[in-house]
Design a protein. Structure first.
Length: 160
């Protein structure tokens, strides 16, 4: 199983629409209505591509679209960003999200010269917490409802 990331583009609109329509993810895209027509999905993707300080990638498994991963709130002065991701239900629990997170972390450190990438995850989201642990993120704090994780640029190679 080969996991790759590619910049999100209209090439993935049909697959994204199918996953949304199967209700495999809890969707919150601002351009997507409850009708989930292909035109709305395309509008969402085009909107994401225009956002400043934000990069969204398609997660591909053996060249099949299975989710997205993003670097958000990219701060070029502080050299940090937040990470967010989701994988279609039928592909969860297979290490795909962990591999995608490692790829995006490497991209962020090498290409964007970030020094810190962080994530905020609800403590009830056990799968996502496991992904971050397995990708080398360290727990750095906790609020009432969320764990805060971040990875600091101690090494370009997150723990494997």
């Amino acid at each position: 199983m080969k996991v790759k990331i590619r910049k999100l583009s209209l090439l993935y609109a049909k697959e994204l629409k199918q996953i949304i329509n199967n209700k495999e993810i809890k969707w919150c895209g601002k351009y997507i209505s409850h009708s989930y027509h292909l035109s709305k999905v395309k509008k969402y993707i085009l909107g994401q591509l225009k956002l400043k300080n934000y990069l969204e990638f398609a997660i591909l498994v053996d060249n099949k679209f299975v989710g997205t991963i993003s670097l958000e709130k990219i701060d070029k002065i502080k050299k940090e960003a937040s990470i967010g991701y989701w994988v279609a239900k039928s592909y969860r629990g297979k290490g795909i999200a962990t591999k995608a997170v490692k790829l995006v972390v490497s991209f962020g450190f090498k290409k964007l010269k970030l020094k810190r990438i962080y994530a905020k995850v609800k403590k009830s989201n056990i799968q996502s917490l496991r992904v971050l642990d397995n990708a080398g993120f360290e727990k750095k704090g906790m609020s009432k409802n969320e764990y805060y994780y971040r990875v600091v640029k101690l090494s370009l190679n997150p723990k494997t």
